[in-house]
Design a protein around this ligand. Structure first.
Ligand SMILES: Nc1ncnc2c1ncn2[C@@H]1O[C@H](COP(=O)(O)OP(=O)(O)OP(=O)(O)O)[C@@H](O)[C@H]1O
Ligand SMILES: [Mg+2]
Length: 357
């Protein structure tokens, strides 16, 4: 082996075995030595199946790797090594280039494998983060009520200076309760109760309630396609989606006047593939604002829970939005540059036989 190849072999963090055409171990790396708790000298030349007890038809797989000249992966197999108890591993086989009928066998013990799996599965991580937060929310609310009550009792015979402190306890506790309630609302989301709905009615309701509240400083422009067929959604949940997007757009302007354009159209090209065939989600709603755009450092994560670019944001708004939209088999995407941020939602058309009772 050349120096570099040797270094590479020695640096591999997982046990590696080079198997010759007679299924004997031709070489092992240091990780394999420590996995077997034996020196390379002792291991070399031994039949692979005497050395490793693998709970899977490895002999057949090694033959396949040789004949097909292709690599193979076996997930979750138990690998024993003499006296040590078996460990669940991922086992990989690869034919050696330039060395006829030699096969490389790599073992990845589960601890390492599980760690890799987790990082690839951000969605389930988010789920468990929310589950954890929900449980905490529930546990924190009761003692918090006690703390608030005690502070209010204390405040009854305090000087003005000290009163400021108890007021602070009370107002900060309120803020925490609000946050906890938002977390709980996230967990309580029921499966959508779908009915045929005119999306413009929903948008109008959202716009009206926004303009008398958080969006007082914003101008609305409506760009509706009046010929749109009814969509098939849970009206309450979709209203929450629109309100959240309008609220974010209003907050983005930082209190300065701004414009929010609400656009609807029928997108013929958009199809969302599902296991049971293509589902069409052609009804498109765009909420466009002329604010500063997404903060670049969080732009790729805004749909994750607890990601916020605002001082007092919980970062749950868009996580809720994306959960609701995906529960409706819809799509949501965002395009943002300073001066123009577009949130685009694609929704299904109500089936012809759907009733709205
Ligand atoms: N229209 C927008 N323009 C600029 N930035 C936005 C826009 N919408 C969302 N963002 C950014 O994405 C972040 C995440 O939004 P999200 O609604 O999930 O949480 P939040 O608004 O911070 O808190 P919450 O909605 O729970 O009160 C925001 O904090 C903001 O930085
Ligand atoms: Mg928000």
């Amino acid at each position: 082996m050349s120096g570099f190849a040797e270094d590479l072999w020695a640096s591999l963090p997982m046990p590696a075995f080079l198997i010759d055409p007679e299924d004997r171990i031709m070489d092992v790396n240091p990780a394999a030595e420590s996995f077997l708790n034996a020196s390379a000298k002792l291991i070399k030349g031994q039949p692979i199946f005497d050395t490793l007890a693998i709970d899977a038809p490895v002999d057949e797989k090694i033959r396949r790797a040789r004949t097909d000249q292709a690599s193979l992966v076996m997930n979750a197999v138990d690998v024993g090594s003499g006296s040590a108890p078996p460990v669940t591993c991922i086992v990989q086989l690869a034919p050696m280039v330039h060395l006829t009928d030699h096969v490389l066998l790599l073992i990845e013990p589960r601890a390492l494998a599980a760690r890799l799996g987790r990082s690839m599965n951000a969605k389930s991580a988010a789920k468990s983060a929310i589950g954890m937060a929900e449980m905490l929310a529930h546990e924190i609310k009761n003692p918090l009520a006690g703390i608030t009550g005690a502070a209010q009792l204390l405040s009854m015979n305090l000087s003005k200076e000290d009163l400021e402190l108890t007021d602070l306890i009370v107002s900060e506790s309120r803020r925490i309760v609000q946050l906890l309630e938002q977390v709980e609302q996230f967990g309580n989301l029921r499966p959508p109760l779908r009915k045929p709905v005119n999306v413009h009615d929903l948008l109008d309701r959202a716009r009206k309630s926004a303009s008398v509240g958080f969006a007082g400083h914003m101008t609305f422009v409506e760009d509706y396609d009046p010929s749109l067929p009814p969509t098939y959604v849970d009206a309450d949940q979709l209203l929450q989606v629109f309100l959240n997007l309008l609220k974010n757009a209003s907050e983005a302007s930082g209190g300065a006047p701004g414009t929010i354009r609400i656009r609807t159209f029928y997108d013929m090209s958009l199809r969302l593939r599902r296991k049971d065939g293509p589902a069409k989600v052609p009804l498109t709603v765009e909420i466009v604002d002329d604010g500063p755009g997404l903060p670049p450092e969080i732009a790729s994560e805004i749909f994750e829970p607890f990601v916020s670019g605002r001082e007092n944001g919980t970062g749950l708004g868009l996580a809720l939005v994306s959960k609701i939209i995906s529960d409706h088999d819809g799509w949501i995407s965002v395009d943002s540059v300073p001066g123009k941020t577009v949130f685009r939602i694609s929704l299904p058309v109500a089936p012809k036989d759907a009733t709205d009772d």
